[in-house]
Design a protein around this ligand. Structure first.
Ligand code: CMP
Length: 141
């Protein structure tokens, strides 16, 4: 069943010139690009996006990192998109991510792990709405 998910190329990925490589990998795996935007998060928006991690020791450094430079936010569609994208990006810590995954091949630290991918269909809906607004929830252009 066709499903939608959200990918963010984080500030380290953008700064290192990895946007094209990341997008090439998702396209090659059959994901359709529905929408894309480059933006810089401010403290409030980054804090809101990662609200679930508020109170954790890595929350403040995470917000600071995510506001340190521009990010590229991509709305993707595919069959089983959420799980498929998670497999393609690999686990959170690049040191533990498999070779062949985005984080395993390109990530440097648990913070500078190149990308964020929605972790469930419910989170994907919330994250898509957060960046692209409620109208983006209905389908690919
Ligand atoms: P992401 O998938 O964007 O979700 C939250 C982010 O917090 C995560 O990727 C990591 O980049 C970052 N992070 C930093 N330290 C940790 C940690 N100890 N555990 C989990 N996530 C961490």
């Amino acid at each position: 069943m066709s499903e939608r998910t959200l990918l963010i190329v984080k500030p380290d990925g953008v700064a290192r010139g990895l946007v094209g490589e990341v997008i090439a990998r998702v396209e090659a795996r059959g994901f359709r690009l529905c929408a894309i935007q480059m933006l810089r998060l401010d403290d409030e928006r980054a804090g809101e996006f990662y609200a679930i991690h508020r109170g954790k020791p890595f929350y403040r450094p995470l917000v600071e990192f995510m506001t340190s430079g521009p990010v590229v936010v991509v709305l993707l569609e595919a069959d089983r998109a959420v799980q498929g994208l998670r497999e393609l990006v690999g686990v959170t810590d690049p040191a533990k991510a498999e070779i062949g995954t985005v984080r395993g091949d390109m990530g440097t630290t648990i913070q500078a792990n190149v990308v964020h991918a929605s972790d469930s269909p419910e989170t994907a809906r919330a994250e898509i709405g957060f960046f692209f607004g409620p109208r983006a929830l209905s389908g690919c252009a």
